[in-house]
Design a protein around this ligand. Structure first.
Ligand code: ATP
Ligand code: MG
Length: 334
């Protein structure tokens, strides 16, 4: 199997700032690849290079073996793009927007009609096709933009923060959609996101990017394995000496450490599901009473903190992204 996207030492410099710093990636065909990083990490810069909007300062990028600089028109045929900010024209209807894009790709009238109907149906906008986009909700607009990105049957779909600013329900609708398109069209998907949940539920592979560099790259499970202390089990206990209990609990198989906090034992373990029965049994034996057991499994958020030293702040991300999303203000130059 070939690679849909290959970058080698990709670097973009703005004055003193290295927005991208030697990014080398290989994304297999059919993969859903997530790029996770905080504000200013370089996600949009990478996307803009891959979608031929800006040129790298150094390094190379190939999509389906076409070079983003040397073969930019071939690259544009192969990719569908959903930019960070909403870019669908409010004064047009959903159908008109789809039709204009299809014409850009020189699709025939018959081809256009069939494909547009099919896509609008899939994104649940068939009934609203003749309404102005101004009357759409944010979620509907996003769905239209995903359909728009797919009109010419690209083999690679590139989305920059596809669900930023959407309510949780619309976000789930978008996830389902992407999953369906992937199955039907055997698409390769590259997306950037601030949302751990998004990367976790959609992506086969995730790269964490920080200060223009890839700091970790693996499957979601693989990333989780790379950081120590996998699960935390919290047991709320009465009727036993907790200090005593913490001593034997630390001898239970897979347990790596135990702390006492108020009326709780906080148990770190390599395998929460395995440790729980032994912990519960042990507390019963010593005559303790258990009122609550909580298993906190490791999330991608933990992985992110491990690699970057800070959490992703989603709300802050949202505000900044609205400002920057439509592209870089022209006074900054390209
Ligand atoms: N045209 C430009 N001129 C100067 N600096 C730029 C330009 N474009 C981007 N930058 C800087 O490059 C860095 C990376 O920006 P980029 O937009 O790629 O980040 P991002 O990961 O997409 O962030 P966000 O999550 O906020 O969308 C930032 O420090 C940004 O200010
Ligand atoms: Mg961005």
């Amino acid at each position: 199997m070939g690679f849909a996207i290959e970058t080698d030492g990709l670097t973009k410099v703005y004055g003193e700032l290295k927005a991208l710093d030697g990014v080398s990636l290989k994304i297999p065909e059919g993969d859903c690849f997530g790029l996770l990083g905080p504000n200013g990490a370089g996600k949009t810069t990478l996307i803009r290079i891959l979608t031929t909007l800006i040129r790298p300062t150094s390094g190379t990028a190939r999509l389906n073996s076409f070079d983003v600089v040397g073969d930019s028109s071939e690259v544009r045929q192969k990719i569908g793009v959903v930019p960070q900010a909403m870019t669908s024209d409010l004064d047009l209807t959903g159908y008109e927007i789809m039709d204009i894009y299809a014409r850009f790709y020189e699709m025939s009238k018959n081809e256009r009609r069939g494909r547009i109907d099919e896509l609008l149906e899939m994104v649940g906008l068939k009934d609203r096709a003749k309404d102005l986009v101004a009357t759409y909700s944010g979620g509907m607009r996003r769905r239209l933009e995903i359909a728009r990105g797919l009109v010419h049957k690209p083999s690679i779909l590139i989305l920059d923060e596809p669900t930023i600013g959407l309510d949780p329900q619309s976000r789930h609708v978008v996830w389902d959609l992407l999953g369906n398109f992937r199955k039907q069209d055997r698409l390769t998907i590259l997306l950037t996101t601030h949302y751990m949940e998004e990367a976790e539920s959609l992506c086969d592979h995730v790269a964490i990017i920080d200060y223009g560099k890839i700091v970790a790259l693996d499957t979601v499970e693989g990333l989780k394995k790379q950081i120590p202390k996998k699960d935390v089990v919290e047991l709320t206990v009465a009727g036993v000496d907790l200090e005593e209990a913490s001593k034997w609990a630390s001898t239970v198989d897979t347990v790596t450490s135990v702390a006492v906090k108020d009326d709780r034992l906080i148990v770190s373990t390599d395998n929460g599901a395995n440790a729980i029965p032994a912990l519960v049994e042990g507390i019963k034996k010593t005559g303790g009473h258990l009122s609550r057991v909580l298993l906190k499994q490791q999330t991608l958020e933990d992985v992110f903190i491990h690699f970057t030293g800070r959490p992703i702040r989603e709300e802050e991300a949202k505000k900044v992204s609205y400002l920057l999303g439509a592209g870089v203000p022209t006074k900054w130059g390209r």
